[in-house]
Design a protein around this ligand. Sequence first.
Ligand SMILES: [Zn+2]
Length: 328
Amino acid sequence: MRGLVAALLALALVGCATNRDALQPVDAGGVVVHRPCPTPAAGPLPAQTLARRLGLGYQDASTHVLLADEVTRVRIWKDSDELSVGGRSVRLGDRTRRQGGSLIVPTTMVSYVQTQVGEQRSRLARPVRRSRPRTVRPAMVPPRLPEAKPVGNVRRKPVPVDPPRAQPAADPAWTPCGCERRWRWIVVHHSDDRRGNLARYDRIHRETNGWDECGYHFVIGNGTESGDGAVEIGSRWFKQKHGAHAKTPDNRFNDFGIGICLVGDFESDGPPTRGEMDALVRLCRWLMARYRIPLENVVGHCDCKATACPGRYFPWGELRARLGATAR
Ligand SMILES: [Zn+2]
């Protein structure tokens, strides 16, 4: 039986060569979900090759390269971990480097760009749904009134219309490409300081803790060093790599827990901002639905080990009520 499980696991791993790092199974329960990439992400790649594969034009500027066509614009910065797709910037942790005359794009970026461009194209290709014409009973049709003619040159003002209430939706950038871990928990943290963003924690985790990259999968900003409620995606997420945020003897919350850090000190200063809570709810809803994570598995760092994180002012009642209302 163990041999069979190992063989199945090996098969799953072979089918997914792009994210080997994420695929180190920790125990037999750690089987990953395999979802084939629309285009296999093989990297690192020269930027020109990536442009050719995506059917995009290529332009080399002094600070960045541009991969573009009429609808898609991808900017990849030189000697940096930053890129932007359609004006939306992200930092993925792994840096581009120059080799000869080429800019070498790391695997994480290749994978991200392929996913984003693929999703953008499929969104554009989706046919617009037309609602069926409503049948109106003749008795319901109001009598047609003669249209009032504008006097002189007076232009009719457009009637202000309230925009439809925006339903908080998932960000397409959250969707990882390729193999996805079988996530079982969402672990909420506070950053335990007043200012911060993903780049800051990435630097601290690398330089102070000696880790390979930021330990969290997502960082939600409080308006200091990133937007209020801005969800920044850690490079771990794109690799679908275990977290480094909630160590326990069996390490299960790191192995199968998605680490979300909200910027702020909720132990001393008060609760998170409204923007942070809205973003957290939106992100949790999406993660819970995608990985079938039950509400009781949305926990705080303090539920994993003896720590105050995410602080006494963190509004658990509100979070559970809002997530529970969706789950029901
Ligand atoms: Zn924590």
